[in-house]
Design a protein around this ligand. Structure first.
Ligand SMILES: *Cc1c(COP(=O)(O)O)cnc(C)c1O
Ligand code: SF4
Length: 355
């Protein structure tokens, strides 16, 4: 079956989910679809991803794709624009938050709508797909702003679009800026690995450098098919980086993350970020307290190699941007001597000059 066929057969309604032989919904899961407001949150899951889900309400893969009634509980501090991006919008789809890179939201569609998505007020029928005018407008902006060296295609998932459309977008930027570096943020290696086909890989290769930024959140998402997809990309010279989201009940455990990051490195995928949950509406049941996140990272630092270790970061609510979250190893500085500590808390001194 072609990837397009597979995508068109994705489960998108309660009825389709109830009739799927892959899963038996619990009463609580069924309740979600009956509650007023459930239609505000898009739902779709591929048969492939559903085949990885276990029949247990608390399965870590299930928590990422099957909605729960908790999604309809909005906390007072949750936001429809959790990253405060509105003020950095050059147009409805182009966000210029950091000096040398822009984010272009090319489509609102995804193969699987992640229950933790921080862009859920854009995805799933709310943001639409870029038309020719959007594409040429974004390319023109990048052509005029020489400080921009990277274009990040995001959404939604850019790789649910036809390869010819992806190519039109890449070509539009390349035409105005031959030196541009592309990143594509996509979850298809995890949720629809058949999408990574020869035609796509050959196309991306033509617009090199193209980096793929994907999102594996649990070791069980690494399968022979997702492995094949990443090998095809990487063997063609398309580097793959991973951005994990720290999720309660999914991966808020140093042992799970250690296994995930080791297996990614084994696939030549660099763990790049692990994100603290953003304050998107209806995601509080999946958010891990920040203090717990710090503890987990502290434990991992003593256990795994630098290559396997991503940066723990949060996108500050209200538009502050991404900042790394680390327990400081710098204790103080006095008379030209730095007082540092190791991961067990022991003190060390590093002089900058003779004293
Ligand atoms: C995350 C993000 C980027 C990329 O940030 P890096 O730290 O370079 O990965 C760029 N633009 C926006 C708006 C972002 O949210
Ligand atoms: S693939 Fe990305 S944009 Fe789409 S639902 Fe998941 S997190 Fe959101």
């Amino acid at each position: 079956m072609s990837w397009k066929n597979e995508l068109s057969k994705a489960v998108r309604t309660e009825e389709a989910l109830l009739s799927s032989s892959r899963i038996n919904l619990s009463d609580r899961e069924k309740l979600f679809f009956r509650l007023p407001g459930s239609r505000n949150f898009a739902f779709s899951v591929t048969d492939y991803y559903l085949s990885l889900v276990e029949n247990n309400e608390n399965d870590p893969l299930r928590l990422q794709c099957i909605p729960r009634p908790e999604e309809l509980e909005t906390k007072s501090y949750e936001l429809s624009d959790p990253l405060g991006e509105d003020k950095y919008k050059v147009s409805a789809r182009l966000i210029h938050r950091y000096r040398d890179r822009v984010l272009f939201l090319v489509t609102d569609t995804c193969a699987v709508y992640c229950r933790h998505c921080f862009r859920r007020s854009f995805t799933g029928g709310k943001g639409g797909t870029a038309d020719e005018a959007d594409i040429s407008g974004a390319a023109e902006y990048v052509g005029q702003h020489k400080e921009v060296t990277e274009v990040i295609l995001s959404g939604g998932d850019p790789l649910v679009m036809d390869t010819s459309v992806v190519e039109r977008i890449l070509a539009a930027f390349k035409k105005v800026r031959n030196d541009i570096v592309f990143r594509i943020g996509t979850r298809v290696p995890v949720v629809l690995p058949s999408r990574i086909d020869r035609y796509l890989v050959e196309t991306l290769k033509k617009y090199s450098p193209v980096y793929i930024m994907t999102q594996f959140n649990h070791p069980r998402e690494i399968t022979s098919l997702s492995r094949r997809a990443s090998v095809m990309l990487i063997d063609a010279g398309i580097p793959v980086f991973n951005q994990t989201v720290l999720l309660k009940g999914v991966n808020d455990d140093p042992g799970i993350l250690e296994e995930l990051f080791h297996r990614l490195v084994g696939l030549r995928i660099k763990p790049y970020y692990i994100f603290q949950g953003d304050l998107a509406a209806g995601t509080s049941h999946l958010r891990v307290p920040l203090g717990r996140g710090l503890e987990i990272m502290q434990e991992l630092r003593g256990r795994i190699s630098g290559l396997a270790m991503p940066v723990y970061a949060v996108d500050l609510p209200g538009g502050g941007g991404k900042v790394p979250l680390t327990e400081s190893y710098i204790v103080s500085r006095r008379d030209g001597v730095w007082n540092l500590r190791d991961s067990e808390g022991r003190a060390y001194f590093y002089p900058d000059e003779d004293i």
